[in-house]
Design a protein around this ligand. Structure first.
Ligand code: BGC
Length: 402
């Protein structure tokens, strides 16, 4: 049976500037890579110069939209100074996208900060709010008439967890206290950015949100006498929904932006949040990163989000696999979950595959391969992966056989 998605459904994929552009030497990730001897992003996918060809490929793949981000450190490489060259660059980027009929979904912060900002204390100082707002205003002025969907922060909870609690990402702290301060400043920045963008755009169709990573937390069923459930309950409440609920209360979400990848098993270990269980004794298969693939989870989350009564855009969903048929299987099952949720009256307005390109995967370097397009890192040539043609047919038909 052919299931038709609603008219005007947004079909596309997502990228983020640092992960694809290359040459982002003013961003804190670039110094972090050096300090920690990590695989450097270097030229990444050379998207900074190859973007017109990448957008043509996205359009050939049936996209009608693309989620991308601005690199704050390019636009503002020094405190108080905006680069005219980079402003022109991003204006050309947005123009190129729109000229191909691709609606831009614009992220303003996708994990990276300017080095000068980090040196001033980054998100740990309340000055961060003013610094960030100056950049938001600039972006707002530049693109107010060209962008309808704005995502101010990508996955702030993931960013804070990895950067302030686990110490895996810059600024590399392991402190709950610091994490709390950073979250407070990011939340305040978001609320003010929302108001500023609304004022600057001055249109009803300017929609603003925060991309929220949500995962299924499930009690590890092994040796479980009920003790594995409380950590999952807490993780679900705190990591998945608390920020959304706070921003809803503040009246500062126009739509919900959902990034969904996988299920996580957790077990009891005498700490508040318990411990993740990565053993092989679980039912679901794992992708190349060891993530448990659970398409039903997307349906469950969409049904839960329905209660917030806002349109929902799936701004990231994807996987890294060793075989093409596994990508296709992942895509099919997750879109089937979206179709089921739509049938239940959930207002899903778009679906973005993560990612358009195989890209730089932060601390994991270049080995994970999430792209619709394979990138050859010797000559930067792109190649369409077979499963992308399956996705293309769905986008073009605005429908899927389920
Ligand atoms: C992030 C991306 C990342 C992807 C896959 C998402 O949570 O937004 O930047 O590449 O996960 O790891």
């Amino acid at each position: 049976m052919l299931f038709k998605f609603p008219p005007g459904f947004l079909w596309g994929s997502s990228i983020s500037s640092y992960q694809v552009e290359g040459g982002n030497i003013y961003s804190d990730w670039s110094s972090w890579e050096k300090e920690n001897k990590l695989t450097p992003a270097n030229e990444a996918c050379r998207h900074y110069s190859l973007y017109p060809a990448d957008f043509s490929l996205a359009s050939d793949l049936g996209h009608n939209s693309l989620r991308l981000s601005l690199e704050w450190a390019r636009i503002c490489p020094e405190e108080g100074a905006f680069s005219q060259k980079e402003i022109r660059h991003y204006s050309d980027v947005i123009k190129e996208l729109r000229s191909r009929g691709l609606a831009p979904i614009l992220t303003l912060h996708h994990f990276t900060n300017p080095i000068w900002f980090s040196k001033k204390g980054g998100w740990l100082t309340s000055k961060s709010i003013d610094y960030f707002l100056a950049y938001v205003r600039k972006a707002g002025e530049l693109f107010k008439s060209q962008v309808n969907y704005w995502i101010v922060f990508n996955e702030p909870v993931v960013y804070i967890y990895n950067g302030f609690i686990k110490g895996l990402w810059p600024p590399g702290y392991k402190s709950f206290k610091k994490a709390e301060t950073a979250l407070k400043n990011i939340t305040k920045s978001y609320i003010l950015a929302y108001k500023e963008l609304k004022r600057i755009c001055g249109r009803d169709d300017c929609k603003i949100s925060i991309a929220k990573h949500i995962r299924i937390f499930s009690p590890c069923p092994h040796y479980n006498l009920g003790q594995n459930s409380p950590p999952c309950y807490l993780r679900n409440k705190i990591f998945n929904y608390s920020l959304i609920e706070m921003l809803l209360k503040a009246g500062t979400l126009d739509f919900l932006s959902l990034n969904y990848y996988c299920k996580e098993y957790d077990k009891f270990n005498f700490s508040l949040f318990g411990k993740e269980c990565k053993e092989n004794h679980h039912r679901e298969r794992k992708n190349t990163l060891g993530w448990y693939i659970y398409p039903q989870g997307l349906y469950e989350i969409l049904m839960r989000l329905k209660s917030y009564q806002l349109p929902i855009m799936i701004t990231e969903n994807g996987t890294s696999e060793s075989e093409d048929k596994l990508y296709e299987d992942f895509l099919f099952k997750h879109l089937k979950a979206v179709a089921l949720a739509l049938k239940q009256g959930v207002k899903v307005i778009g679906y973005m595959w993560w990612s358009l390109l195989d890209n730089f995967e932060w601390d994991k370097g270049f080995s994970p391969r999430f792209g619709l397009l394979k990138v050859n890192y010797n000559d930067f040539k792109r190649e369409i992966k077979p499963f992308s043609l399956f996705y293309k047919r769905i986008c073009q038909n605005n429908g899927i056989d389920i």
